[in-house]
Design a binder for this molecule. Sequence first.
Ligand SMILES: NC(=O)c1ccc[n+]([C@@H]2O[C@H](COP(=O)([O-])OP(=O)(O)OC[C@H]3O[C@@H](n4cnc5c(N)ncnc54)[C@H](OP(=O)(O)O)[C@@H]3O)[C@@H](O)[C@H]2O)c1
Length: 269
Amino acid sequence: MDLNLEGKKAVVTGGSAGIGKAIAYALAREGADVAICGRKIGPLEEVANEIALQTNRKIFFASADLTKTEDANTFIKSSANELGGIDILVNNAGSAAGGVIEHLSDEEWEAALQLKFFGYVRCTRSAIPYLKESGTGRVVNLIGNDGIKESYWEVAPGAANAAGQNLTIALSGQYGSDNISFCAVNPGPVRTERWSGLVNAMARDMNISHDEADQLAPRSIPLGRIAETHEVADLVTYLCSPKAHFVNGTMIEIDGGQQKALMDKARDR
Ligand SMILES: NC(=O)c1ccc[n+]([C@@H]2O[C@H](COP(=O)([O-])OP(=O)(O)OC[C@H]3O[C@@H](n4cnc5c(N)ncnc54)[C@H](OP(=O)(O)O)[C@@H]3O)[C@@H](O)[C@H]2O)c1
């Protein structure tokens, strides 16, 4: 299927690693020019060069810490200048500490919301004028299934995700008359570079071995495995396509049908 993404201008926050990198790659492969950001310039440059070489598309990169309003505004503005506008915004840069409430400090709660929620608010706010100008603006927010499938071990990501999901749906009600559509994608566990760090934290908090912790997520998923980054990227790329523009004000889970309660069973030990 031709996704009609040729020549589109897409911004993917956090495109230097993990799911964001896979999305940037997939969009460029479909013919879009892409802007990516992250805090560390080295990996950004490496990934941008790699994607540009493989796809022959323009890949703009800039260092930006999206917990800072000024960085977010500068990144969005320079992306629009470099790409010649913005048709698609994929809010992806985010992380929130897992852990139980007794272990989570105010600073960790604050950090979770600063990037995973306010980072999305900042980039969206800044991109709205360009998306209006595009005439077919699209926002896809990478959120997470913790916002709708709550878990005692993921209360901070759960809160940040629920806020982002609410925001996504609320904004779809506002910008339809500008032909900007919004949707959220809610992954369950995905095999990225930071997966093993999360497993370590789970083992610590649940008082189980690393191997046992590593099996918790696959056992909670009927398909018996966690997702790969390209699976999430394929879904997001389809949603960025004009063919999916009418998928608006809604959320799609990509978590293999995860039953979170099965992960929480470790608490009984
Ligand atoms: N992996 C999962 O299992 C999973 C599950 C559900 C939802 N998600 C969501 O999917 C999204 C991507 O997750 P991921 O696992 O692919 O993440 P990741 O591998 O940790 O990659 C995060 C990306 O964001 C950038 N980043 C981190 N902090 C930033 C900041 N303050 N400002 C700007 N950029 C920043 C990173 O670059 P720098 O480090 O250089 O800044 C990197 O490019 C996140 O929103 C996450 O919550 C992931």
